[in-house]
Ligand binder design. Structure first.
Ligand code: B12
Ligand code: SF4
Length: 453
């Protein structure tokens, strides 16, 4: 069969970090790897500038089109499926990705034939064996097919991580970036997270313990990556000291020199200082750390497994070893002007190289959603607003406009007075800062628009 795999375009109006992080569609690269032996497969990455969907359909003539959905792109994905059917109603449409896992029902529409509740090599190969024979599939594990009333057997499962085929995105790869690092690849070495923070979806998707991929599997993937920078998207790569040491042994033995970027929890940073110091010497460049807040009681309510003092200790350690911190904070809807001031003061003490601020976002699958239901400013189905950038819960201590003003002020304070721009220029050079600067201006305009509304 001829199969086209599509990633939807960037969200032009939503508040996203799309201007700063734009990584490879690794889920589609895995589907490519699952299908390539039996089928003729191509990837169309609409986040990259270039071809249009219609041009590709008329040039390639696929019999099936698979579309990936990440998060807030639900309307864009549905629109793509509808456009496929308008070109040719015979083309089979299949949707998979994080959002089908969390909210399959959103895609149960006429233009969609199959929705993956979760994806494994087994269920994809089974589905395609029926499609290839032009048969409607019976009920399959994790596959919701329109011909079965969008029912499936076994709805709980975990997306299977296999080696992606990165040659499938060869023509786009020079564009993939992670903040200042370009080109950059992404990969995983484990799934799950034992920290189980209350506001977090990730352990709910992948499980509440770390499930490590075999080390040989991880090594094979690192060896195969051409890019100088690898962003490892494990929920907490620095969780296990022994495993970090084993990774370091491997990098040393095989003389692999790459830049590594990863997510890490404060808890793990404090626990595994010796191993992290070694990893820093072998390429670890930056860690994305969720400090979340400057208030101890909020950390407790979020069920974070670290304290305000731990955050400071971890930041001192990372300064000492010269490891960059890209910190994220959650802005609570009950904050007053004084609280925003408190955050700015705390930032001065933590001194992360980059900071991002997200208003508390109670995704519909979280217990927080029920708690804040009465104060929600947007509908559940208004997907593009759930971007971690927009205020979702009505602030209680000030007007919405004032709240956006405080957010902007904090952003400007960080960028202008905490020397983030200076750090970026030193680290990545003018061209990169110019690219990121253009992104910041676009984002600023979207914030201003929201504030005016
Ligand atoms: C890397 C990443 C990105 C990359 C995108 C990479 C990509 N895959 O295209 C970038 C930087 C662009 C990105 C952007 C955003 N992201 Co993001 N991202 C991630 C991250 C860290 C990993 C996702 C990933 O690639 N996983 C691995 C792959 C293999 O999994 P997968 O895509 O689900 O694919 C599997 C299956 O689903 C299946 N599959 C996928 N597609 C298809 C298609 C078909 C046809 C089939 C059959 C199967 C199939 O195949 C794979 C088999 O294992 C996750 C966190 C996490 N650890 O999950 C957050 C995450 C998905 N992002 C999140 C968010 C919020 C965003 C942004 C809104 C952030 C922002 N404000 O800008 C934007 C939204 C962009 C959008 N258009 O919607 C949230 C989503 C929350 C939610 N409710 O959905 C997550 C869960 C992180 C979090 N904070 O909790 N992100
Ligand atoms: S440490 Fe990070 S990934 Fe793990 S539960 Fe907390 S917020 Fe989620």
């Amino acid at each position: 069969m001829k199969v086209l795999l599509v990633r939807p375009p960037r969200m032009k109006q939503a508040i996203t970090l799309g201007e700063f992080m734009y990584s490879e569609p690794i889920g589609l690269e895995m589907i490519y790897a699952m299908l390539e032996e039996r089928h003729e497969v191509e990837i169309l990455d609409l986040m990259s500038e270039g071809e249009s969907l219609e041009a590709k359909l008329s040039g390639f003539h696929p019999e099936a089109v698979g579309i990936t959905t990440l998060c807030i792109d639900v309307p864009a994905v549905k629109d793509l499926a509808e456009r496929v059917k308008q070109v040719n109603p015979e083309i089979i449409t299949i949707i998979g990705g994080t959002q089908t896992y969390l909210n399959s029902e959103a895609f149960f529409i006429d233009a969609v034939d199959h929705v993956m509740k979760y994806t494994t090599r087994e269920n994809v190969e089974k589905l395609f064996s029926y499609l290839e024979n032009k048969e409607s599939p019976p009920l399959l594990d994790g596959v919701c097919s329109r011909s079965n009333g969008f029912q499936s057997t076994k709805v709980c499962g975990i997306n299977e991580y296999i080696h992606p085929n990165r040659t499938s995105t060869a023509k786009y790869r020079s564009q993939y970036s992670y903040f200042g690092y370009k080109p950059a690849a992404i990969m995983g070495t484990a799934q799950g997270c034992a920290k189980t923070c209350r506001f977090c979806l990730r352990w709910r998707i992948e499980g509440y313990t770390e499930k490590y991929f075999p080390l040989d599997f991880v090594k094979e993937e690192i060896r195969s990556i051409q890019e100088d920078t690898i962003m490892v998207f494990d929920n907490d790569l620095l969780h296990n000291g022994e495993r970090i040491e084993a990774l370091c042994d491997f990098l040393e033995e095989e003389k692999i020199y790459k830049n590594f970027i990863c997510y890490a929890s404060v808890n793990s940073i404090l626990k595994n200082q010796t191993a992290i110091r070694r990893f820093k010497g072998l390429g670890l460049k930056a860690v994305l750390v969720g400090y979340e807040t400057f208030k101890q009681e909020e950390l407790e309510a979020y069920e974070k497994k670290s304290s305000i003092e731990d955050n400071l200790k971890a930041s001192r350690f990372m300064k000492e070893i010269g490891l960059d911190v890209w910190a994220s904070f959650m802005l609570h809807p009950d904050w007053s002007t004084e609280d925003f001031k408190g955050l700015r003061k705390y930032l001065k003490a933590l001194q992360p190289e980059i900071s991002t601020f997200s208003p508390l976002t109670p995704f519909p699958n979280l217990p927080l959603y029920g708690e804040y239901k009465e104060r929600l400013l947007v509908e559940k189905e208004d997907y593009e607003s759930w971007s971690f950038g927009q205020v979702i819960i009505r602030p209680s201590k000030m007007s919405l406009q004032r709240y956006y003003y405080e957010m902007l002020k904090t952003n400007l304070y960080v960028n202008l007075f905490q020397n983030n721009t200076g750090y970026m220029i030193r680290k990545f050079g003018f061209n990169t800062v110019f690219r990121l600067g253009k992104g910041s201006i676009k984002l600023l305009r979207r914030y201003m628009k929201l504030m005016m509304q």
